[in-house]
Write a protein that binds this ligand. Structure first.
Ligand code: MRU
Length: 352
């Protein structure tokens, strides 16, 4: 299965990414050569979206490992621990970042008897494996999710959970790409997604590029569209899903879920297994990132609010599981009540 956008590409000695902070005005690719480059690219949203962050962080740790000029295994392993903690401190909410780094550390500890050079080779193989799994997962999500999309469906999405947010074709957008490919007539309504405008800047760029009918709305318009009967289905992505199905996703997702529930509109969350944090029982245990207040007081570099005011800028919110109709994963569609089955399925298959 292939990528439809080169969101990130591993080039052996560096990671190339499309700089999402300048889209859609510029299509610029940048090279990340060190773990510090990767840290900064994630922090400044040059690369964003949970699965893409997870992959970038894993390649970041690989870059650090490749640059460690030591054959002393103990020194190497203690540097890996230090770099792992460093890259994990980058953004707190998306579980994929922790999944990717923990998975690399797990493979390292299972090969810690090897030479440093061989451990680095094992790390590189694991990173490439995770990348391929992410691409395959997004196509499987496409296949399962597409069955929910009727011909003529009008679908609302929030933020960007498309190809730009993953190694593959996306999560929430993946079923829509496939429905379009199968010639189903669909229309996608895209919340602009304040404050950073991932919907307006990124989702609209992706969908326009793919030739899919899409309409941009401001976040506060979604309720009115639902009231008018103009939305049949909502699909969003996720940053971290707890065992009971409570879901952290881009700020504003909870409000969309509440209005969808009020209007009896199905609300689905699409995410790969690498976004499920089965170690936490509920959303209460998810740390919500708070970002620079300038994201709220400025738009496009222009101040839009008075200076010296109180501003609160949580980047994510938690949608309680009872508002979620189901989770579209690479293993099928699961209701919130069935997440224990998903956990057991993934444990049995050694996926997590
Ligand atoms: O702050 P961002 O842009 O990284 O937030 C992204 C989201 O909230 C996405 O919906 C989520 O990561 C899922 S991406 C497949």
């Amino acid at each position: 299965m292939k990528q439809i956008i080169k969101t990130l590409s591993w080039k052996g000695s560096f990671l190339e990414i499309i700089d999402q902070s300048v889209l859609p005005l510029k299509e610029r690719y940048i090279k990340l050569r060190t773990i510090e480059d990767v840290f900064s690219a994630i922090k400044t949203l040059k690369i964003r979206g949970a699965p893409a962050i997870g992959l970038a962080a894993a390649f970041g740790l690989l870059l650090a490992a490749k640059r460690l000029k030591t054959n002393d295994r103990d020194k190497f392993l203690s540097s890996i621990t230090r770099y792992s903690n460093y890259i994990k401190s980058c953004r707190p909410t998306a579980y994929n970042l922790f999944y990717g780094i923990d998975r690399l550390n797990d493979i390292i500890s299972r090969h810690s008897h090897l030479s440093v050079e061989d451990i680095v080779d094992v790390m590189e193989e694991e990173c490439e494996k995770m990348f391929k799994e992410d691409i395959d997962a997004s196509w499987a999500i496409a296949k399962f999710g597409e069955t929910l999309i009727k011909n003529g469906a009008r679908i609302l999405t929030h933020c960007n959970a498309g190809a730009l947010a993953t190694g593959g074709v996306g999560t929430a957008l993946a079923p829509m790409y496939l429905a379009n490919k199968k010639n189903k007539k669909i229309e996608i309504f895209v919340d602009e997604t304040r404050p950073v405008l991932q919907g307006a800047r990124l989702t609209m760029w992706e969908l326009k590029r793919a030739g899919i009918k899409c309409t941009l709305i401001c976040d506060n318009m979604a309720g009115f569209l639902m009231q008018q009967g103009k939305i049949d289905l909502v699909i969003t992505g996720a940053d971290r899903i707890a065992l009971n199905g409570d879901t952290a996703n881009k700020i504003g997702t909870y409000s969309v879920a509440v209005i969808a529930n009020f209007h009896n509109i199905p609300f689905y969350v699409a995410a790969p297994i690498s976004t499920f944090d089965f170690s936490i029982p509920s959303g209460k245990h998810i740390k919500i990132e708070e970002r620079d207040i300038k994201e709220v007081t400025y738009i496009g570099g222009k101040r839009i609010a008075p200076s010296r005011i109180n501003v609160y800028n949580p980047a994510f919110d938690i949608t309680p599981s009872h508002l979620i109709s189901g989770f579209i994963t690479e293993k099928g569609i699961f209701s919130p009540q069935k997440l224990l089955d998903l956990k057991n399925l993934t444990l049995n298959k050694n996926i997590v």
